[in-house]
Design a protein around this ligand. Structure first.
Ligand SMILES: [Zn+2]
Length: 416
């Protein structure tokens, strides 16, 4: 077998032939040509037998490594004149428009990005993190299920902080499929308006339930664009606010200890954070012990803890709407009288959203439903902190939590 034939076989790329293979110190350069006579526009379905002219410089794509060798494909392409897009370099079947990588290479990067961390990927494939971001944005745009915005009946609109605290993304979950189906930058009513704008009136009016957090922005937009939908406050958010109130009390108390010049106690208390915030049945031995000590110490932190646990207990599965109604009202009273400022504030918030919370219980939305998806989104968003664009961060979220099934490249090549 000749070298060029061997490489044609090795590459396993559609519609090309290899005419030259060169070895350099750091890479193998494979020169290829397209088999087809017709030229295709890279942006649309247009094709033509007429060439406009020849590209002056070669196009270069990186393909999957060959052993320890970096593999580069090069081709001198033709240019065509598309009635819609003007004069363009012809599209190739093995790479996306304007990409310097083959689809196989991009499939590998996208698959890795959903499964492992930044350092592992950038070292393994030898590209920087922003390049990873551009690759996954292309893969996501290309492979996202186009029908994902059809048949949305129960959606959740939620924000997630990206990069630093003041950067937010808005995500829309399809609760029936348990997936994120849409995302944008920002976290106000304008962000939600963009979602309703994109799905249009027909689909907005088919939504039956919208679950939200307790902020005002999304609710305003939801009432305007989907007035028929029931608005429910996802219990997940209520419990999260309880955790935040407890953490505020804990931090204030810790600062007080520090001011009292009791560094030892302060340190003991700082370690207690997870003992307080985690569900009691998920604590390890050390944390259980810390919790026991905190109970013995009593005081405001312990009172805050019992309030947070009481709030969590309201949304356990198995309680009736009547049970929950009584428990919520009892919680509001208790929190109001707690003399703990974060909990007094929380009581006010919960009272204001009492109807929406009860609506969720009536619809069978419990805390566990969104928790798993939320945890996944938060984990992935942290991995996306290193990206410089929201587009890349959103692409990573969609690839991981959205309606896309990714495959590593060898699974995309069915053996002959
Ligand atoms: Zn075109």
């Amino acid at each position: 077998m000749r070298v060029s034939a061997a490489f044609s076989r090795l590459l396993d790329l559609e519609g090309i032939w290899v005419w030259q293979v060169q070895f350099f110190s750091d890479r193998v350069v494979v020169r290829i040509a397209l088999r087809r006579r017709r030229l295709r526009c890279p942006l649309c379905e247009f094709s033509t037998p007429h060439r406009y002219n020849q590209q002056a410089v070669e196009s270069v794509w990186r393909h999957l490594d060959l052993g320890i060798w970096r593999l580069e494909l090069r081709a001198q392409l033709r240019r065509l004149k598309c009635p819609q897009h003007g004069v363009r370099v012809e599209g190739v079947p093995f790479a996306r428009h304007r990409s310097g990588f083959t689809c196989d290479f991009e499939a590998l990067v996208a698959w890795l990005a959903t499964r492992t961390d930044q350092t592992t990927i950038t070292r393994l494939v030898g590209i920087d993190w922003d390049t990873v971001g551009r690759i996954i944005a292309r893969v996501s745009a290309d492979q996202l299920d186009r029908d994902r915005l059809e048949n949305l009946f129960e959606v959740g609109i939620d924000e997630v902080s990206w990069k630093r605290q003041h950067n937010y993304l808005t995500l829309v979950a399809d609760h029936i499929r348990g997936q994120i189906v849409w995302g944008t930058q920002g976290h106000d009513s304008a962000a939600a308006n963009r979602f309703f704008g994109q799905i249009g009136k027909r689909r907005s009016h088919a939504i039956e339930v919208i679950s939200l957090d307790m902020g005002p922005g999304y609710a305003t937009s939801a009432r305007k664009h989907a007035p028929q939908a029931t608005i429910a406050i996802d219990p997940f958010h209520v419990v999260a606010l309880g955790n935040r109130a407890l953490d505020d009390v804990r931090r204030a108390y810790w600062n007080k200890l520090r001011e009292l010049d009791d560094p030892d106690a302060a340190r003991r208390f700082k370690d207690a954070r997870w003992s307080l915030l985690k569900a009691p049945d998920r604590l390890n031995d050390q944390q259980t012990q810390t919790l026991t000590r905190l109970r013995a110490a009593g005081g405001e932190v312990w009172r805050a803890y019992t309030l947070k646990e009481a709030l969590r207990a309201i949304f356990k599965p198995g309680l009736t709407l009547q049970d929950v109604t009584i428990l919520i009202d009892r919680f509001i009273t208790k929190a109001q009288r707690s003399r703990l400022r974060p909990f007094v504030r929380l009581a006010k918030t919960i009272r204001r959203h009492r109807d929406g919370i009860l609506q969720a219980i009536r619809l069978g939305i419990n805390q566990g439903r969104t928790e798993a998806l939320n945890n996944k989104v938060r984990l992935i968003t942290r991995r996306a902190y290193g990206f410089h664009t929201a587009k890349a961060a959103l692409a990573l979220i969609m690839l991981t939590c959205g309606p896309i099934t990714l495959h590593p490249p060898h699974e995309l090549h069915i053996p002959a």
